[in-house]
Design a binder for this molecule. Structure first.
Ligand SMILES: NC(=O)C1=CN([C@@H]2O[C@H](COP(=O)(O)OP(=O)(O)OC[C@H]3O[C@@H](n4cnc5c(N)ncnc54)[C@H](O)[C@@H]3O)[C@@H](O)[C@H]2O)C=CC1
Ligand SMILES: O=C(O)C1=NCCCC1
Length: 310
């Protein structure tokens, strides 16, 4: 039997292009929420590695439409001290859905960065206010960079602001991104007047409060993926119209949703399908937790273009 191919982070970085990824993800989100069971994807299993303040998540998914079967395995760690090891590390196993043969083992860390930002961009396309001049990014790590990249590629913001917990991280962010950014010294300074806000922190307590958010703003809440972790306060969760990637996942994993008692208005895929409205004139929150099908679709794109080059 042929050995699976190994695809490195550098190769994924080169082959995975937002221009191809975004439309594929949009279709997958719609199929997931169509109510026809077109995508098979259980809520991820997460086990805690208590001794080291870490977690391991397993995220399988199958789509007949995309003819893709994959599972991502991702670890994520809360760290007190700065570390050169990324907080999130992932691998994607890609199978031939017809026979179950493992075709590729590929880096999933770059995939996670890009597909998460791409999904936030899709949510933003539907839910941002008509006039959106100011983008605010809270957090300055891996996801902050990928969100900056796609948001400045897809939208025309006049100003991009960033806030980070440590000067070291924010300076690295400002050096990494190709384009202008205003570094803010407080969350409040970054958020006031912003039209679109992205929260990509490892916070376990709220960092974003309703009192600072401009009415009508759209928020992509990307962090806080454990049932007892928060990024947004109760007032914001309850006053905004709440969209999620998956209802099931949000009710199991999102501290912001579970602990605030906020009501979910729609899945993003329902908006894509036109089954639920995009209330972009209201203050909206898109609570993103991440889906195995997003990784599967991205992995297939990488594999197909890798194959085409052989
Ligand atoms: N929804 C999704 O699909 C995904 C969500 N995530 C989540 O996105 C968030 C960001 O991930 P990465 O950028 O990869 O992590 P990262 O470790 O590269 O960056 C995290 C940032 O949060 C800051 N931070 C850490 N503790 C904080 C605190 N208590 N308060 C405020 N800021 C704090 C760090 O200084 C850093 O700037 C994480 O919560 C992660 O779990 C990550 C991957 C996928
Ligand atoms: O979807 C993912 O991948 C992740 N989501 C939450 C944090 C861990 C990785």
């Amino acid at each position: 039997m042929a050995m699976p191919v190994l695809v490195s982070a550098e190769t994924v970085e080169k082959l995975l292009q937002y221009g191809e990824l975004v439309p594929r993800l949009e279709v997958a989100l719609g199929k997931f929420s169509s109510g026809k069971g077109e995508i098979v994807q259980p809520v991820r299993s997460v086990l805690a590695i208590e001794k080291y303040n870490g977690y391991l998540g397993v995220m399988p998914a199958y789509s007949a439409h995309d003819d893709v079967l994959a599972t991502k395995i991702v670890t994520f760690y809360l760290r007190d001290q700065p570390s050169s090891i990324p907080a999130h590390q992932a691998s994607v196993l890609l199978f031939d859905p017809e026979h179950g043969t493992l075709k590729a083992v590929m880096d999933g860390t770059v995939i996670t960065g890009k597909r998460t930002a791409a999904v936030s961009a899709i949510a933003t396309k539907f839910l941002k206010p008509v006039q959106a001049d100011v983008l605010c990014i809270l957090g300055s790590g891996v996801q902050a960079v990928s969100h900056y990249e796609i948001f400045t590629e897809m939208f025309s913001f006049k100003e991009v602001r960033v806030w980070g917990r440590t000067k070291e991280n924010v300076d690295r962010f400002a050096r990494t991104v190709r384009g202008p950014v205003r570094v803010c010294s407080s969350v409040k300074e970054a958020v006031l007047g912003a039209d679109v806000i992205v929260t990509v922190t490892m916070a376990t307590e709220p960092v974003l409060f309703a009192k600072w958010v401009k009415p009508g703003a759209h928020i992509n809440a990307v962090g806080a993926c454990r049932p007892d972790w928060r990024e947004l306060d109760d007032a914001l969760m309850k006053s905004a119209v709440l969209y999620v990637d998956t209802r099931e996942g949000a009710m199991k994993e999102s501290g912001d949703v579970i602990l605030s008692g906020a009501e979910i208005f729609a899945e993003l895929g329902e908006v894509v399908n036109g089954d639920k409205p995009a209330l972009h004139e209201k203050t909206t929150v898109f609570k993103s937790l991440g889906m195995g099908i997003q990784d599967a679709v991205a992995a297939k794109l990488v594999f197909d273009s890798w194959n085409a080059q052989q």
